[in-house]
Design a protein around this ligand. Structure first.
Ligand code: ZN
Length: 301
């Protein structure tokens, strides 16, 4: 059986793994996202060591924070583009791994599309051809599938940067996105919560008004995605959603905002199975990266 490398390249941390599927891992590590030199150097070191200890890695899959170039026909395939992350603009991530590790087959997509693929293969999106996967952590991102294919296009979806109503009387916080200020990510990311309340969200009690506001913004985002993409399921991962009070609040706010306009049983009677966390949890990203690796091997073999 082919051995794969999987990388979930996130804005806070890179999770690197070697194995075949979420339940069959040779090794796994977490590397902090600092500077490209330091972080990518540690990524290369990890896989080099695994090439010695675990054996030949036939292909690597990468799910990366965006914006990134995901078009295999572009000379900049696998590059970080104008990301808000300081120092990470215009970096040839895929090329560096190819050069340093000598692995010819590398699959590349966004972190959220990779996680979506993991959930499609092994998790809560099995058998579902139209769904979205959102992450609400340091940033907000979204991807998913239409007709069983990962969403791409001009570049890739950037669901975190949609504009949503912002009542500046109720919430005078200007927003934290360096590009758009009060876009969805600018209002509802973990980073935005920390800026607004002066402390990390995880340190706020479950009954703090921060969570109801957070659920409101996420629900506003979700109803836009429901209306535009008509997903059959919505999976939401990321650190902010690990707060137990969040899913019930988001679900009821979505129902309230839809105001019975979409009277489908999935939303009216079964919303707990319509908006739900990833089954693979934190493994979704790198597991989906294994699938990207397998696909790259098949395509390029
Ligand atoms: Zn933005």
């Amino acid at each position: 059986m082919s051995l794969f490398g999987g990388i979930e390249a996130g804005g806070t941390k890179f999770i690197c793994a070697v194995g075949t599927d979420p339940d069959n891992l040779q090794s796994q590590t977490r590397i902090s996202t600092t500077t490209p030199e330091e972080t990518l150097g540690q990524v290369v070191d990890f896989f080099r060591q695994q090439q010695v200890e675990a054996g030949e890695i036939e292909a690597i899959g990468i799910g990366a924070f965006g914006p990134v170039n995901v078009n295999p026909d572009s000379p900049k395939f696998g590059w970080f583009l104008n990301t808000p992350k300081p120092g990470w603009q215009q970096i040839d991530f895929l090329g560096l791994l190819q050069r340093e590790l000598g692995v010819p087959h590398i699959g590349f997509d966004t972190d959220v599309n990779a996680a979506a693929l993991g959930e499609y293969q092994w998790g809560n999106a099995q058998g579902i051809a139209n769904f979205i996967y959102l992450t609400v952590g340091t940033g907000v991102g979204g991807g998913g599938m239409v007709d069983g294919k990962l969403m791409h296009g001009l570049l890739h979806p950037e669901m975190g940067h949609i504009l949503i109503p912002h009542d500046v009387i109720a919430d005078p916080f200007v927003g934290a996105c360096p590009f758009h200020k009060d876009c969805l990510e600018g209002l509802a990311s973990g980073y935005a919560m920390e800026k607004r309340w002066g402390q990390p969200g995880a340190s706020l009690p479950p009954d703090h008004p921060a969570w109801a506001l957070e659920a409101h913004y996420l629900a506003l985002g979700l109803i836009n995605f429901i209306f535009t993409l008509s997903p059959e399921r919505i999976i939401i991962g990321g650190g902010v959603m690990e707060q137990k009070q969040m899913f019930p609040m988001v679900r009821s706010q979505v129902q309230a905002l839809l105001s019975h306009y979409l009277d489908v049983p999935e939303i009216v009677y079964d919303i707990d199975n319509y908006i739900l966390p990833p089954k693979l949890g934190a493994k979704a990203g790198f597991s989906g990266a294994f699938v990207l690796a397998a696909q790259a091997l098949e395509l390029q073999a």
